[in-house]
Design a protein around this ligand. Structure first.
Ligand SMILES: Cc1cc2nc3c(=O)[nH]c(=O)nc-3n(C[C@H](O)[C@H](O)[C@H](O)COP(=O)(O)O)c2cc1C
Ligand SMILES: [Mn+2]
Length: 510
């Protein structure tokens, strides 16, 4: 089996100003994380049927688990490897993917992410002959996707999912905009792959627009992709935006695409395994369920469209990316999702123009960053906290799902749950400080409401855990160290027998 050769070099800590990430494709990124001690290779035989997911789940019950490269899959007929926990709950691997310093704090990464997510760089085209994904090209009856190790994750899953850590390309027939979404794909047969888009997702809207014209919808899907394409495919952008441009901006260079064999869509040139195909109206097969990011099974089994596969491209010994959906910290959408969503919430609040917002964080343990958003702010006028709470709750980046929106003062770090609990327990008076919004934007994936039909209508608690504005002047002083004493102790930190840096404190007794 082909080996990924990791050239020996010191751990990489890319400069904050580096405009371009240091890796070119998934293989180079794997080599980078391996040099940084963030990869575990598993060479023992592992069954893709529940065992791969079981190992991934068990290995990721702590927050510092490495990415897992399964190199030997039982029954595999394709020479593939499977990468799981690619990003997971690791802020370090997120940083290595987007060219940030892995030692930055979460709050610093959120701030840096706002900058790089707002850059846009269009994709570039490279010739077919230069595209690594064209090492092997198959058409027609030569195609057999059942040769690849498609995992079944959870015991109650409805089948083997070749696509979880995937990207799926569709085009709008009206504007030509290419959408990149991450939608699950269950393997039905050698040339048949299910594609589930929940209502309103851009891939599904494109599909329906083609069908409305009486034409089949062309699709390209990639099952081994670099971490930036994967992350961007799983983020919501405007329906007219192409995720490719944002991915290019984050990487500091255009995503490389090349011409396909059958469809008019392009294919990602550096992917590991790509399929081209079409969705015909009326061609459906039973699909689902799949264990979800909530920690429960999602939508019931039902008929969903099927991709008729027309061509397959892959690198030799391709590395497939598999995304386990599970409770934190075992969920693939852990650290990166929380950081990117928080960056976008702050962008939204800035665009709206509300003053005084200092930070925000959607904690990943709250259903992968969907359940809770903490916003920190400097209270400037009566009613300010209530305004920030309501705007945060309903801004585009936070409105979906989020149930608990908590406002804290600027001296509380929203990324530090210990500090948030302190604020909730000392500055919040439940009978005064909690408001409820009803009939808000939710999802069928939230199991807390019965019956199923009620689920899309959620509710949100707005929790004011700021000091009461009415009593700001007379609110008890927080116990803080005197600056000069802190400095004196810090200087003697090592001499006192402590290792490492003294804790960083920013607020002092006045
Ligand atoms: C591993 C994983 C699996 C996902 N599966 C689905 C899915 O099957 N269907 C779906 O509609 N969204 C799914 N999502 C969420 C979409 O990727 C996300 O909503 C994204 O914004 C879709 O792109 P779009 O906004 O361009 O439609 C999944 C996300 C991840 C990370
Ligand atoms: Mn989109």
């Amino acid at each position: 089996m082909e080996q990924i050769v990791a050239p020996p070099s010191p751990p990489v800590a890319p400069s904050k100003d580096a405009p371009q990430v240091s890796w070119r494709d998934l293989r180079e990124w794997i080599a980078l994380i391996e040099r940084n001690g963030e990869l575990q290779r598993i060479g023992n035989p592992v069954d893709a049927d529940e065992e791969l997911a079981a190992i991934t789940y068990m290995a990721t019950r702590g927050e510092t688990a490495p990415a897992l490269l399964f190199e030997n899959l039982t029954g595999d007929r394709s020479g593939s490897k499977v990468l799981a926990n690619m990003l997971g709950s690791s802020k370090e691997r997120y940083a290595l993917a987007v060219g940030l310093d892995p030692d930055l704090s979460i709050a610093e990464m959120i701030a840096e992410s706002r900058t790089i997510m707002n850059r846009k760089i269009a994709p570039v085209r490279i010739p077919k002959s230069k595209a690594p994904v064209n090492e092997v090209v198959l058409r027609g009856d030569d195609i057999d996707l059942t040769a690849f190790p498609a995992p079944k994750f959870w015991p109650g899953d409805g089948g083997r999912y070749i696509g979880t850590g995937d990207i799926t390309l569709t085009a709008s027939p009206d504007t030509g905009r290419i959408n990149v979404g991450c939608y699950r794909q269950m393997l039905h047969g050698p040339r048949r792959v299910g594609l589930y888009c929940s209502p309103g997702k851009h891939g599904g809207l494109d599909r329906d627009a083609w069908w409305k014209r009486g034409e089949p919808c062309e699709v390209v899907a990639a099952y081994g992709v670099d971490p930036v394409l994967f992350m961007l495919a799983a983020q919501v952008f405007g329906s007219k935006e192409s995720e490719f441009d944002v991915a290019g901006g984050m990487m500091g260079r255009g995503i490389e695409l090349t011409e396909a064999e059958f469809v008019s869509l392009p294919i990602p040139a550096n992917a590991e395994l790509v399929i081209e195909g079409v969705l015909h109206q009326g061609d459906v097969a039973m699909e689902g369920p799949l264990g979800e990011f909530t920690g429960y099974y999602g939508r019931e089994r039902g008929p969903q469209p099927v991709i008729e596969v027309k061509a397959v491209h892959h690198r030799k010994s391709p590395i497939l990316t598999a995304a386990l959906m599970a409770k934190y910290p075992s969920c693939e959408i852990g650290a990166y999702y929380a950081i990117m969503r928080s960056a976008r919430i702050l962008d939204d609040l800035e665009r709206i123009g509300v003053p005084g917002v200092v930070g925000a964080y959607g904690h990943p343990a709250a259903a992968s960053g969907w359940g809770i958003v903490v916003v920190s702010m400097e209270q400037q006028y009566a009613g300010h906290a209530a305004q920030v709470l309501a705007l945060t709750a309903q801004c585009p980046a936070a409105a979906y799902y989020t149930k608990w929106i908590i406002a804290v003062d600027e001296d509380v770090d929203p990324t530090d749950w210990n500090e948030v609990m302190w604020a909730l327990s000392t500055r919040c008076h439940p009978s005064e400080d909690i408001d409820i919004l009803k009939k808000t934007w939710s999802t069928g994936l939230d199991p807390s409401q019965f019956e199923m039909e009620r689920r899309p209508y959620g509710s949100k608690a707005l929790i004011d855990a700021c000091k009461p504005h009415r009593h700001l002047k007379s609110f008890p002083a927080t116990t803080l160290l005197r600056r000069e004493v802190y400095d004196r102790v810090s200087e003697r930190w090592a001499e006192l027998g402590f290792s490492g840096e003294p804790p960083r404190l920013t607020k002092f007794h006045e």
